[in-house]
Ligand binder design. Structure first.
Ligand code: GTP
Ligand code: MG
Length: 332
């Protein structure tokens, strides 16, 4: 995952401590050298250590404009891209500024009391680094949040939605192999569950998003809404489970209106599937009915999902080939 490699961003004081400590080495090693030369190399060492670490911090972050839409939207939601760019620009400025101060003082040291002038250089450099302390802290905080983002990419992906207790997790468990991976979402307490299965030597991904696509959207805060909207970039199909027996505790009408909302909002194909058909009070005419308990109908639904994703995938490729950037039509 793109943010996994981000290193801890040090604070201004941590950076300065490290730089000043390193500069004691030339000071100690310099016995026998002239005082001007020693003071110069102290300033140079401080500037080198600081500028390298500041600029490394900047280069650790990806170019946001090249992020996939999924990560772009989540980054925007979680930390804000404009603020990130501003902080990175400030840190870069500080890295360069420290270098140019060091350059100035190389000359000045020869024209005054070398120790005194070196201390002046230290003070100026320290004040530059302190100036960007807030940005460094912001970046470290952002790093902490971004590193937790789940890895979901690549293979065709089914997103499982539906009211609580309709059988989403049972579905994911039934169709995917082994235990699903669980990735933390920084804005929910529940995490997201990702399982895989293979058909005809192709791999597919099934994502269970407890707490995200299981209630009316108008009850959502803006962070949740943006998180939901980011899902459209990673999902090729929403499989919306309905529990017509209302065994889940939610009325069928509410479940159908969630179906409608998701069709409107995500602009990717939605496949509605009635679950728990083994129950006595299961009712209604459904194109797809299954029981994740007995396994009835599950295979047909998986097959249908794969077909829809195949069509959607081809349409998407054609879209890209035509360099059009339109949202995909709802196939429902
Ligand atoms: N009879 C019957 N019960 C089912 C079926 N599918 C799920 N259940 C039961 O419904 C309950 C909820 O199933 P889950 O898979 O946990 O539902 P969920 O949608 O993941 O629920 P949340 O994670 O809370 O949103 C469990 O008690 C399941 O055993 C089914 O096909 N038939
Ligand atoms: Mg669940």
């Amino acid at each position: 995952m793109i943010y996994e490699r981000l290193r801890t961003v040090p604070t201004a004081d941590e950076l300065l401590d490290q730089a000043f400590r390193r500069a004691l080495r030339p000071a100690k090693a310099g016995k026998g050298r002239g005082i001007v030369s020693i003071q110069r190399s102290m300033v140079q060492t401080v500037a080198d250590v600081l500028s390298v670490r500041l600029l490394k911090t900047v280069h650790d972050f990806p170019n946001f404009d090249e992020l996939s839409p999924f990560y772009y939207e989540l980054t925007e939601t979680i930390v804000g891209i404009e603020r990130l760019k501003m902080s990175l620009a400030s840190v870069q400025w500080a890295g360069n500024k420290v270098r140019s101060i060091a350059r100035d003082y190389q000359r000045k040291i020869a024209h005054g009391d070398p120790v005194h002038v070196r201390k002046q250089a230290y003070a100026r450099i320290a004040s530059i680094v302190h100036e960007v302390d807030e940005n460094l802290r912001f970046l470290n905080d952002a790093r902490g949040k971004l590193r937790k983002l789940p890895e979901i990419s690549g293979v065709p992906t089914i997103i499982v939605a539906g009211y609580p207790n309709v059988g989403k997790s049972s579905f994911v468990r039934r169709v995917t192999d082994a235990k699903p991976e669980i990735a933390a979402y920084p804005f929910t307490t529940k995490g997201i569950y990702i399982g895989h299965f293979s058909r005809d030597n192709l791999r597919y991904q099934v994502v269970d998003t407890p707490g995200l696509l299981d209630r009316p959207l108008d009850s959502r805060n803006s962070i949740e809404l943006q998180a939901i909207s980011a899902l459209k970039h990673v999902g090729d199909l929403v499989l919306l489970l309905i529990d017509p027996a209302e065994h889940c505790g939610y009325p069928l009408t509410a479940q159908l209106s969630l179906l409608h909302e998701i069709e409107q909002t995500l602009a990717i194909p939605v496949l509605a599937v009635a679950n728990k058909c083994d129950l006595a009070d299961f009712h209604g005419e459904w194109e797809y009915k299954i029981s994740t308990e007995t396994g009835y109908g599950v295979d047909d639904v998986v097959q249908r999902a794969i077909e829809i994703m195949g069509v959607a995938g081809r349409e998407r490729e054609e879209d890209l080939a035509g360099a059009r950037n339109t949202d995909m039509a709802v196939l429902a």
